[in-house]
Structures are given as structure tokens and as C-alpha cells.
Design a protein. Sequence first.
Length: 364
Amino acid sequence: MLTPARGLEYPQARVFVGVWEPVVPTKPVVKGRERVAAVRDLAAPKTRLLPGQGEQLSLEHVACCVCGQDDAVPIAVGEDFEYHTSADTFLAMRCRACDLIYLSPRPALSEFGRIYPPTYHAFDFSAKRFGLAFWVRRRLEASRLLWACRHLRAGSRIVDVGCGDGFHLDILREFGEPSWKLEGIDADERAASATERRGFRVHRGFAEETALDGGGVDVAFLIQTIEHVSDPPGVLRGIHAMLRPGGRLVIVTDNSDSVDQWIFGGRHWGGYHFPRHWNLFNPRTLRKLSNKTGFRVRSLGTLVSPVNWVYSIRNLLEDYSAPRWLVEQFSLSSAPSLAAFTALDVILQASGRGALMRAVLERS
């Protein structure tokens, strides 16, 4: 029978979080989208922790960043399946007012250095580390970036917000107009330093706190970044202030209305990326956020991506202690699994259900 766990209840949503008893080790069970059969910190995790990472994170409760309401139901529970940075388990909540999915409680900002370890892929997305997948993604991203910049004139100013190791800026330098002025913004010193080593100007800090000199920005990119930030409305307002009138913001982020989320959304969906993805949008919530922050939506659709499919399978295998050789068949460097799920997502994209969203916003 399903029993309440340590008194953790959500009476406002008429659901509770519990565990099947007896179960050793604790295994999650999700009944539809209304009952989550697990809870954070019930027992020591069976995942492999990094040295010194057994301690729990400092967590904070948050409300919905889109509508401001604090009325949400838990739809999923999970652990840091990918990097094993803490002993915590985490709850994904769905806002009952606007449908945003967000992490609450979530790590405090002071925990960034811990939840983004030195091995985090965005700090070193290189051919040496990821092989064929790097070159395929590089070509794909080049076509997408150039599509977004197709209207730009010579000398245009482009800023990549959350630039990571400078991967996208490097693509724009190689395939784009040589006279474009390319800059990055990142709050992580490791990422900023990696981008500088590529020869780009980097503004250290958060977008909402960064004042750029030298005139308005023509295009800003938020490529798989908005889901990581603590204050998406603040970030968009900060970017709005950077852009010249008519300037554009291109957002690429996980699609919480995707088929992979529908299948794996109770625990293992790769888009949760526990505990690093704090806000997950669908077309409706992203449009609401855009309107709230003064942007006009020029286009909003979905894109093909195999990554969340691959990591959903990997997370499930990690959770059930599958053999290492099998787990490693599902990673960012595993070309066969990436190819297979790319083919699947191409089919889903044809019906508007691709794994990623792309929004092009304009400052009026």
C-alpha cells in the first residue's frame, strides 16, 4: 500500500508523495501525473557520488516565475543521474495557474559551483571529448544559427547569453559574416575563461545585471540557457534593454510538451536534468513570458533533438543499476543512439512535437 512518507504532503493539490512499503532500495512509482511515489531524502541514494558530495545541498522554495503563483503540484521526482553531485532527490512541480514546470525546492545560487562540476559538458564540448557527435552537432548548429542571422547586415553585433565554452560563437566566427561583432555573457568563471581562450570578448555576470557599451545589440541568443537561470523574466528584461529597437532574441530550450516528456516525465526525462534545469517551458508558457517582458513573438516552433531521448533512457538505466557498458551506449558521445533518436524526433517534428522549442522574439 502507498503510505505518506515523513509527513510530506501537498493538501492544496490533493496529492501526496510516498513510497511503496516495504521496498529496498526505494523505487519510484508514478501513477499518471497525479501521484509521485517517491520523495527527496528518504534514503541514501544508490547513485555514484563524487568525492565529498554526500552532503545535501542548500535548497530554497520558489514560486512560478511566469505568473507568480505559489500553487503547484508535484509531477516528478528524481536525482542527479548524470553527474551525481549530491545525495538529494528533487521535485519537478507543475504550476496549476499557467502550466510552467519548475524545480522546487531548488539549489541556492551559492551551490552553482557544486551542481556544475568541472566535467560538465558545456565547459568543454570538444571533438576530442565527444567525437563524431561534436562534428554533426557543429554542422547542425551552424545551419540554425545562420538561419537566425540571415537578415543581419555587415558589422552587426551578436551576443550569446550563457555562452558556455564559446561553442556557438566559434561557429558564427567560422561560418558567419567576418565583420560581425561576437561577444558572450556568462556568470560562470570557468565558462567565461574557456570562451576568452577562443579569442572572444566575454562579459562576466548575469544578463539582468550586465550593461553593454558601444551601442545596441542586433541579435542575442539564449541557446539552452533559459532553463538554467533563476530569474527568466529578469534575464529577458535585461536582454530587452541590450537590444536595439527591432533587435531580436532567439531562444532555444527544452519543450515540456514533447513526446519524450510525456513518456518519461514521471522521473527519468532528460529535460529535467536534475538539479540544473529550474524552469521548463512549453509554447504557451514561453509565449506568456515573452509578452510579460515586452517582446513581440515573431515565430515559435519546435526543433529536432535526440539529446533528451538519449538521456531519458540513460537515466532509467542508471536508476536501475544497469551494467556500465549498457549505460554508456546512451550519451552525448554515442553516435548510434543519437542517430536513432534523431530519426524518431524528425518524425515527431513533422507534427510539431519536436524535443526542443525555438522562439524568435523582437524588441518593439
